[in-house]
Write a protein that binds this ligand. Structure first.
Ligand code: SF4
Length: 135
């Protein structure tokens, strides 16, 4: 996993492009911060840190994460969902939220959110890469 870190005054945001399936929760939820037609596409200081944290935690894949900088005053820590939930509705990856440790060929990955491949076609196992949409 390769994270790029976008540092702000009050909150840092990391992004792993390999995990993003363009659900667009971020760009729709807080377009002043997340805007793919701009460089850098994430400006953590363009909204209040608690708003940024709330949108980051809605990213279904874990592509967006809080940190890795130290927590700053007034910024809530990211908390894993309890109980762990799995959204297994049809025609989409398995969306898992919780205190996850995912065993992969490259070792364990700890994350609070993941979109897992359910069709076996992914090139980024065990994560969804939208291969299920390809003919
Ligand atoms: S919310 Fe997450 S998965 Fe969706 S577009 Fe933003 S970074 Fe990508």
């Amino acid at each position: 996993m390769t994270n790029r870190v976008y540092r702000g005054q009050d909150i840092d945001v990391s992004f792993d492009a390999a995990l993003c399936i363009h659900a667009a929760v971020c760009v729709k939820g807080l377009p002043e911060v997340f805007n793919t037609s701009r460089k850098p596409w994430i400006l953590p200081d363009a909204a209040a840190a608690d708003q940024v944290a709330a949108i980051v935690q809605q990213c279904p894949t874990g592509a967006l994460r809080q940190g890795p900088g130290e927590l700053r005053a007034g910024v809530p820590a990211e908390r894993a969902d309890r109980p762990t939930t799995i959204d297994a509705r049809s025609n989409r990856p398995l969306i898992v939220r919780g205190d996850l440790v995912i065993t992969t060929d490259d070792g364990p990955i700890e994350t609070p959110r993941a979109a897992l491949c359910r069709c076996g076609k992914t090139g980024n196992s065990p994560f969804c890469d939208l291969s299920h949409l390809k003919p």
